[in-house]
Design a protein around this ligand. Structure first.
Ligand code: NOJ
Length: 516
């Protein structure tokens, strides 16, 4: 990969379509709602909109179980609605990216229905079938996601088990079967022909598999954290094939590779693999400046020399919301300021720009098999009691929906949404924040404990983000008390912004400095 980085240096915004905006009043978000929400995204200043799956699906995993890759589920609209969304986004300078789900399909996909119909069917090898273990049980000890249960289900008709890393309704496909691989590449071509400019690749680290299916080492009884050893080198060959198809049309791919070790993750990024990979190392990090610094350096010590760009994500539809995890909106603002000034391509999760917290979901309204309903609560648009949703919204609204709504926050210069907007504007105005070099500053630079300091410079401009994470405030030494202008202050609409920095940092705040 060249040191210029990938051909996309913008900011990605994730839409979870069921919860973004409802266009037809049935309580579930849809493409009409997504079109109506585009002005908010243009106002915010993001560059690409990635939508979680919109394809036909029985919704066992809310769209990550695809029954037809080349059609839109009626709950979201039609292919014409998708085309209109792409055109409207394009008119606002926004790229549309879709979710590519390469590792599995729905068990109701015609490929799987055919594969299951007979061991002789041409589609049989499009999935992973194995004979039972000698005791009649599953072929190995793998555990599936969302439950402490085997990753294999017995198909009574053939007497063989099929593999599913996720729900039994989500059988894994077999990328070593050439016809399956070509069919998947055709899916990418289909959407690129409709103007889609990029893809987020779901659990893409799983598509290359050790076909001997060895047992997991002892002591592993949960899916989480197993990514590194379900990583297989053949994934790289499949990524190359994907990349060749994308390069024909200049489309971008960002992978969801749940691989802990940056060295392993790096194998999935580069000129012959994906343009970008999500990096989740800050998503689960304790709120501690030294630990954030350590994690950023751990990733960058591997990525930066290789010319690879991390795509830092602080939230998504699978994890508790940023403000909920960190315990306050003030901290969430600090985190966003760090995220949006780090080297790489930040990915924002819808509603984090509003400082939303997870919804409280009573037991009788739980719908997700993976316990992720809270972060998937509808985005509040208006200050009305229903926040722009009908009374039958598929999930409860998040706390303080009216005051956190898009309408309320766009009108309030001190809101979190306006902070994100200023950060995004700064990122667009300062090339050093996009392609500049990065260094984590420390004690030798006059940075006190409890403060995370990130320096960005492109040889022309220099910016430094200071994030107070110890909750006690800090006063920096004399080196910092002159020669710097405050570009961003998380605390307010910015009476301090544009003024000289005096060296003082309040508790739970961040500022971005520009060398005067
Ligand atoms: C990761 C997705 O983000 C998650 O929502 C989904 O359940 C699994 N992959 C399976 O597709």
């Amino acid at each position: 990969m060249t040191n210029d980085g990938p051909p996309f240096g913008g900011v990605i915004y994730q839409v979870y379509p069921r919860s973004f905006r409802d266009g037809d009043g049935d309580g579930v978000g849809d493409l009409a709602g997504m079109r109506a929400g585009l002005d908010h995204l243009a106002w915010l200043g993001v560059d690409a909109v990635w939508s979680s799956p919109l394809y036909r699906s029985p919704m066992a995993d809310f769209g990550y179980d695809i029954a037809d890759h080349c059609d839109i589920d009626p709950v979201f609209g039609t292919l014409d609605d998708l085309d209109a969304f792409v055109a409207d986004a394009d008119a606002r300078g926004l790229q549309v990216w879709l979710d590519f789900v390469p590792n599995h399909t729905s068990d109701r996909h015609r490929w799987f229905e055919a594969a299951r119909s007979s061991t002789e069917d041409l589609h049989r090898d499009w999935y992973v079938w194995r004979d039972p273990a000698p005791d009649g049980g599953p072929p190995n000890n793998w555990v599936r996601h969302f439950a402490d249960a085997p990753a294999w289900t017995l198909d009574e008709r053939s007497g063989q088990y099929y593999l599913h890393h996720f729900l039994p309704e989500q059988p894994d496909v077999n990328w070593d079967t050439p016809a399956l691989r070509e069919a998947q590449l055709d899916v990418l071509r289909f959407w690129m022909d409709r103007g889609v400019r990029g893809f987020r690749a779901d659990v893409v680290h799983l598509i290359g598999q050790d076909r001997s299916y060895p047992d997991d080492p002892p002591g592993v009884d949960r899916f989480d954290g197993r990514g590194d050893f379900h990583h297989h080198t053949s994934t790289k060959e499949h990524l190359r094939a994907i990349r060749r198809v994308l390069d024909e049309r200049g489309a971008i791919i960002v992978g969801e590779s749940y691989l802990e070790q940056p060295e392993v993750l790096l194998a999935h990024v580069g000129d012959d693999a994906q343009h970008l990979s999500f990096v989740f190392h800050l998503l689960g990090a304790p709120w501690d400046a030294a630990e954030w610094a350590r994690r950023i350096m751990e990733v960058e010590s591997v990525f930066e020399p290789a010319g690879a760009w991390p795509s830092w994500a602080l939230g998504n539809h699978d994890r508790p919301r940023l403000a909920t995890r960190l315990g306050s909106e003030a901290r969430a603002r600090v985190a966003a300021t760090v995220q949006l000034t780090l080297r790489g391509v930040p990915c924002l999760f819808q509603g984090d720009e509003l400082g939303l917290e997870d919804a409280i979901v009573p037991p009788d309204r739980v719908v997700d098999p993976g316990g992720r309903d809270g972060c998937r609560a509808p985005v509040p648009w208006t200050e009305d009691p229903d926040a722009g949703w009908s009374s039958s919204a598929w999930l409860p609204l998040p706390p303080d929906a009216a005051t956190r709504s898009v309408a309320a926050q766009q009108a309030d210069p001190a809101s979190t949404a306006n902070l994100y907007r200023r950060l995004l504007a700064l990122r667009h105005a300062e090339p050093a924040l996009v392609r500049g070099a990065q260094r984590i500053l420390g004690g030798a630079d006059g940075i006190p404990d409890g403060v995370l300091a990130v320096q960005r410079t492109d040889g022309v401009d220099e910016l430094v983000t200071l994030a107070e994470m110890a909750g006690r405030g800090a006063v920096l030494d004399r080196r910092w008390a002159s020669g710097w202008t405050v570009a961003i202050d998380t605390q307010s609409a910015g009476p301090r912004e544009g003024t000289p920095f005096d060296g003082a940092l309040d508790a739970d705040t961040a500022i971005v400095l520009r060398r005067a």
